[in-house]
Design a protein around this ligand. Structure first.
Ligand code: ADP
Ligand code: ZN
Length: 817
């Protein structure tokens, strides 16, 4: 009798076996979906892993419910990649499946179905089943798959729901909130009918007594570059100086028509002209040639080029060559925000052939992209995406680009699989035979080490494009500023002067402070009490604007009382600096400057992120104050000064990577200054002006940072000189997590002796009412990782067999890099 082993989208340690009929066995292949009963009579979507003739041991195989696909939606090479992720990052295949596939591919009995937000369906085109479902949704607004089985009086409803989802007739409720909000821009044009001479004459006649409408219409013709051109609606209003009400009248009369276009699809929808090819300068051509040589010899290539040196142009050239060969290209960036920035630029080269993909896109869009990649549609020749795009079903992936490869956002922290997008990309490239380039101005120590040991290839662009010099960097000693009593608030004399000068030259300023809120600590001047979060082991941050104390980890907040909660003393002191306070101080010091803040607090609204960026680009803002959000990839033309309010918090963070990260972050913020016209300026305020990392930043000396880091890491045994697995234990009772983690540590020590460190409380030892302990296992390079992981898993099985430990969550961070 034939059987299938399937992956269920659940955290199960093994595959489950079901029986299939001979007919089913004839059509099934690995990577196809089937519906199976699991846990009593619940239905789940499962993925076929393999077919065989062996009955399972220990249980009776149940028959599957039905086959859902005609063709595999995941290729076998990708299934092997899933397997690698699961074993390397110590999680289950079900965890990988949940991250890899769009949610809409995994319908189950408990899935909640909602009506679509799109326009009404055309009833005449619906099938009976579709009609019944939509009708039921009108009355209920949300139904579970189980309800739909009752409504249709049949068991097998997943294929109907699947196709309705793909047509956009229904949607499924997602557990993850859609944090990503695409920005919509309104475009307007005169209806083509009125663009002929007769049409225009008629419409002018019609508007003979509506002067303003006529003026607005004529304004459209001035702005429109060619016939039938769509132009920005807000720009039309702004440049004409005529009110939006007039525009509305023209829309109501059917003379104008309007459409809303998603910003990241602007160029495709408005058919922007492609730009002609870019000519590389000699450094760039050399870097391209070096890169290609090494790619052809099968190496991973690390491309290091200072900020604004033209790395993006090199990626474009490489991608173009892959497309000529009929191959697909994956262009990875660490954060969603960066896709929005890059897409316009890339569309100028790739037009309609490029699609953006990341986890915050709607169900419908993710399914659409998945299917397009699967059938090698021209729209998805190039995918621009975040780490989750690694899982798309590429059949002919020729090239992977990992941009900003040093960025810690490539690592997925929660939930499992806790994988690193860059490292997984290297493995994927190897298994698919694709070329892969890792690019950065400030490579990770790990990748650079892979280059210096000869494992990776290397290419370099040493200077900025157009010979613009790297910005001048100055350090300011805050201690001295305080001693001389010349500091104003948190602004040193040199920083304040530089800001004034920059503003006088009509240029812009970015100020960076890596903390949001007003100040991270409020302290009673009498008893020293510091308000703490109720759920986490952290002090509450003061947010002056809301008059609140807030926890940045769990969201707990309370109103700031006038007196101390412990002793009643009326005077409280704030310690430490947040972005809000920087903004407030600027208001006093430079009352005429237009200041805007960009941090988590000001970018939660629908379009706030792009609003701030656009306002800054249009120079409606003089000074942008922000957290590390302002450091990444942004390309502003008129920023000439970057100020770092306090470099010390970055460098004193207790983590073996803090110097590496501090260097990367400071160089990246510095890289925002003087990108296009003249040399920019960077001022770093610090209490430790002799700190070695600051000296490296001052000289832009990456190699010095790298060498020193390697020396320290060899001495203190940190990656890349060894590997580290970090294990976290979480439970709401302190005692239990303490005992459980100690038990685990003792068992590990029997095998790994002194290579086991801990259990220790991490820096933040309680989060959301869960106490945390952690263990580190240091693994020398010559010891097998796979064997180590097997031993750890074995210990965990014994651990789970102890009843009082079973409720402790054990979380693995394999590869703590
Ligand atoms: P990076 O990716 O290294 O930060 P970019 O590729 O963004 O650098 O280049 C910085 C700026 O210089 C961009 O505006 C880019 O279009 C421009 N640029 C770089 N190389 C060239 C070139 N060869 N010809 C024309 N413009 C270039
Ligand atoms: Zn909290």
């Amino acid at each position: 009798m034939p059987y299938v082993d399937v992956i269920l989208p659940l955290a199960l340690d093994k595959l489950y076996t079901y029986s299939v009929t001979d007919d089913q066995a004839g059509i099934l292949r690995p990577g196809m979906r089937i519906a199976v009963p699991f846990k009593r009579s619940k239905l789940y979507t499962a993925l076929v892993h393999s077919l065989h003739e062996d009955a399972p041991q220990g249980y009776e195989a149940r028959p599957i419910d039905q086959v859902l696909d005609k063709e595999p939606i995941v290729f076998e090479a990708h299934l092997a990649f899933w397997q690698w992720i699961a074993s390397y990052y110590m999680c289950t295949l079900g965890d990988v499946m949940r991250t890899a596939l769009p949610g809409a591919f995994m319908l189950e009995s408990e899935t909640v179905i909602l009506p679509s937000v799109k326009e009404e369906a055309n009833e005449a085109e619906l099938t009976d089943n579709q009609f019944l479902i939509l009708e039921a949704l009108q009355n209920n607004s949300a139904l579970k798959v189980g309800d739909i089985q009752r409504i249709l009086e049949r068991q097998r409803v997943l294929p109907v729901l699947q196709s309705m989802m793909e047509e956009g007739l229904i949607q499924m409720k997602e557990k993850i909130q859609e944090r990503y909000r695409p920005k919509w821009v309104k475009y307007i044009r005169v209806l083509p009918d009125y663009q002929t001479d007769e049409g225009l004459a008629a419409v002018l006649e019609q508007l003979s007594r509506a002067e303003k409408q006529k003026t607005l219409l004529m304004h459209y013709f001035q702005l429109a570059g060619k016939l039938n051109d769509w132009i920005s609606s807000s720009e039309l209003i702004k440049s004409s100086g005529i009110s939006a009400a007039i525009r509305k009248s023209l829309l109501d009369k059917g003379i104008f028509e309007e459409k809303k276009v998603r910003e990241d699809r602007l160029n495709t929808e408005l058919q922007a002209e492609k730009i002609s090819d870019i000519n590389l300068n000699s450094q760039q051509s050399q870097a391209l040639a070096d890169t290609e040589d090494q790619l052809y010899s099968g190496k991973v290539v690390l491309l290091q080029g200072v900020t604004a040196s033209g790395k993006t142009e090199i990626y474009v050239k490489l991608a173009q060559k892959a497309l000529i060969k009929g191959e697909q290209v994956l262009y990875m960036v660490p954060e969603i925000a960066l896709t929005a920035q890059l897409i316009t630029r890339l569309q100028q080269h790739f037009g309609d052939s490029i699609t953006v993909y990341h986890s915050r896109y709607s169900v419908h869009e993710r399914v659409e992209t998945w299917n397009n990649v699967l059938k090698e549609s021209p729209k998805t020749k190039v995918i621009l995406g975040t780490r989750s795009s690694l899982f798309l079903p590429f059949g002919k992936l020729g090239l992977i680009i990992v941009d900003e490869e040093h960025d810690p956002s490539y690592k997925q922290f929660d939930p499992a699989p806790r994988y690193h997008g860059r490292d997984a990309a290297v493995v994927l490239a190897k298994s698919l035979g694709s070329q892969i380039v890792l690019g950065s101005a400030t490579p990770s120590v790990t990748s650079y080490n892979n280059h210096s040991t000869g494992k990776y290839g290397y290419a370099e662009i040493p200077d900025r494009y157009k010979e613009i010099l790297m910005p001048q960097i100055h350090l300011v000693d805050l201690k001295e500023q305080h001693r001389k009593k010349i500091i104003q608030g948190h602004f040193s004399v040199p920083l304040l002067e530089a800001i004034r000068e920059t503003l006088a030259n009509k240029e812009q300023v970015i100020l960076f402070q890596n903390r949001r809120g007003y100040s991270p600590i409020v302290e009673c001047t009498s008893c020293g009490h510091i308000p703490q979060c109720q759920n986490c082991d952290v002090s509450l941050t003061y947010h002056q604007y809301r008059g609140e104390l807030r926890c940045h980890y769990c969201g707990y907040h309370e109103t700031l009382e006038v007196g101390c909660a412990a002793c009643g003393n009326q005077s409280l002191d704030t310690k430490g600096l947040g972005t809000e306070q920087v903004e407030t101080e600027l208001g006093t010091l430079l009352p005429d400057a237009r200041v805007m803040r960009m941090d988590y607090d000001t970018t939660r609204g629908k379009h706030s992120y792009s609003k701030i960026i656009t306002a800054f680009e249009r120079r409606d803002i003089d000074i942008l104050v922000g957290t590390q959000m302002v450091t990444k990839g942004l390309d502003f033309r008129h920023v000439n000064l970057v100020g770092i309010m306090n470099a010390d918090t970055l460098l004193n963070f207790p983590d073996y990577r803090s110097h590496e990260r501090g260097y990367q972050l400071l160089m990246q913020v510095a890289g925002r200054a003087g990108r296009t016209k003249k040399q920019g300026q960077v001022i770093i305020q610090t209490y430790q002006p002799v700190h070695p990392v600051l000296k490296q930043v001052l000289h832009g000396d990456y190699k010095a940072m790298f060498d020193r880091q390697m020396k320290e890491r060899e001495q203190f045994r940190y990656p890349p000189s060894i590997r580290i697995i970090r294990i976290e234990f979480k439970h709401k009772e302190y005692q239990r997590v303490q005992e459980g983690s100690s038990w685990f540590a003792r068992s590990l020590r029997q095998e790994f002796s002194s290579n086991v460190l801990g259990p220790e409380s991490p820096l933040i030892s309680r989060l959301r009412n869960q106490y945390i302990k952690q263990l580190l296992i240091k693994i020398p390079l010559e010891v097998s990782m796979a064997q180590t992981k097997n031993s750890i898993k074995r210990i965990q099985r014994s651990f789970n067999a102890i009843s009082q430990y079973r409720s402790i969550r054990v979380i693995y961070h394999a590869d703590h890099i």
